[in-house]
Design a protein around this ligand. Sequence first.
Ligand code: G1P
Ligand code: ZN
Length: 543
Amino acid sequence: MPIRELQTKPYNDQKSGTAGLRKKVAVFQQPHYLENFLQSIFDVETSLRGKTLIIGGDGRYYNREAIFTAIAMAAANGVAKVVVGQGGLLSTPAASHLIRLRKAGGGFLFTASHNPAGPDGDFGIKFNVAGGGQAPEGLTTRIYEHSKTIQRYRVAEGANLDLDRRGLQKLEEMEIEVVDCVEDYSALMQSLFDFDRIREWIKKGGTLRFDAMHAVTGPYAQRILVEQLGAATNAVMNATPLEDFGGGHPDPNLIYAKHLVDLVHSPASPDLAAASDGDGDRNMILGRGIFISPGDSLAMLAAHLDKLPGYRGGLKGLARSMPTCRAVDQVAKALKVEFHETPTGWKFFANLFDAGRLTLCGEESFGTSSSHAREKDGLWAVLAWINVLAVTGLSVREIAEQHWRRFGRHYFARHDYENLSTATAASVTQALADANAHLPGKTYGDWTVTQADEFSYHDPVDGSIAVHQGLRVVFGDAARIVLRLSGTGTEGATLRLYLERYEKLETALGWETDSAVAPLANAAEQIVRIGELTGRKAPNVIT
Ligand code: G1P
Ligand code: ZN
C-alpha cells in the first residue's frame, strides 16, 4: 500500500466560516476538493505529525467516504494514530471530549450541523485543535491562504479499513482505533451529574421525551437516558441516525421541532421534552406547557448549576454571545461572578475556558455548554436540566417563573432573512451602520436609544481583536436590537435580526413572546428598513 503524492489544482473557496468549511455535498464531491482542504490542514498545522488525530462525523451522506479519505491522508502525512468513532459517528461534543481525553493533536469533525443532509444537502468539516476547540481564526485564515496555492496532496492508497469493527487496525505506520462513540462521553456525563438522583426522579414518575431527529445523538440518548438512567423506551424518538436525517431538518427550534411544542401543550406532555441537532451540539428545552428560550435556559442553569455534582465549587465565570439576550447578565451580577460578552460562534468561549475564567456559556441559537468540553453540548444541557429538576423537585415552569420573579424576564426573538443576494444584505447592514451615529437619544415607542455601534471583541486572554461582529442598537437595559450577517449559510446571504425586551414587572410574565417583541420589531423596521431594502414582507424564519 504505497503512499502517493498526487497532483491537484487549488479551489479558491475553502474559507471556513463560523463553524468550519460548509458547502453543498456536490461541492465536496468535486475532484480533490476534500483532499485539497485536508492537505492544507496537514501542511499548515505541522504539529499533527506524530500525534493522535480524532475523526468522526454526524453520520450524514458522504460521512464515510470523507472519513476514509481523511484516514488515508492522515497515514500519508505522518499522523501517529487515528481514533475514530464506530461507524464513523461522533457527536461534536463527544469529539471535543475525546481530543482532550486522548491529548490528541486535533480532530476532524465531518458535519454541517443542523443543515439538511443527503446528496442534495450540505456537508462540512470542522478542524478542531489540541485542547478540543475549533481552530482559531488566524489558523483557519492560514489554511485558507494555503489552499489557494496547493499543488499536491499525499495519500496512502489501497487501504482496507473496517469502520464498524471496534479495536485496532493498521495503515502503513499509523494505528487506527475504532471506538464506541458513546462510552467516554457517557463517563464524562456521569462525573458531572447525579445519575442516582436522576434515576430516582424517573422512578418516582418523572417523564422525558428526547428527539434525536435521526441524527447523531440517537445512540447517545438511547444509552444514557434509557439504558443508564431508566427512562421509558419511548423516551427517545427518531433514535437511528440516517444519512439524510430522514429527510428532516434536525435544527431544534420552534419551527423544526414544532411537534415537541405541540406535545408539551397536550395532555400527553412529559415533564421535560428536548431535542438536539445533526451533530449533537444544540439543545432545545421544553416543559409541560412551556418553551424555555435558549437565553433563559442559560440564565436558569447558571442560577442552579452549583447544585450539580460537577459544579459544586461554584462558577468561575459566565458568558454569552453578543446577540443572546441579557438574562444571564443578571445572574452573573447576583452571583458576583466574572462575565463576558463574546462574538457569535463557540470558539471565542474556548480561550476563556482554557484560562479558567469561565464555567458556563451559551448562545441564542440553542447552544449551551460548560467547561467540560470546548464545544457546545446538546445532551449535556438536557442532562443538566433533568438534574436540576431532580434536585429541586420543581417543574420546568416553576423553575422559570421563580427565575423571572427574581431576575425579571427577557423576551427574545430572532428574525432570519435567508437567501438574499450579497449586495442586498450588505445594503441593509450599511444602512444601519450609516444611521448609527444619529441614533443615540432618539425615542421609539417607550424606548430611547442609549448606544448604537458595531460590536468588536477584545479577547482578554490572547489580546486579539475581532471586528465587525454585528450592529447593535441598545435602549439601556430595557431593550436591544441586533443585526448581523450569518457566517454559516451555504446559499446566498442570511441576515439575522435579534429583538430583546426586558420586563421586571410580574404582570409581564403572562405575555406571549410575539406580542412582547412586536413593538420592538416595529422600531427595528423604522431604524433598519429591512422590509423596504430587501423587498421582503416578513422574515423566512422566526425563532
Ligand atoms: C449560527 C449561530 C451561531 C452558532 C453557529 C454554529 O451562526 O447563529 O450562534 O455558533 O451557527 O452553530 P451564524 O449562521 O449566525 O453565523
Ligand atoms: Zn450543530
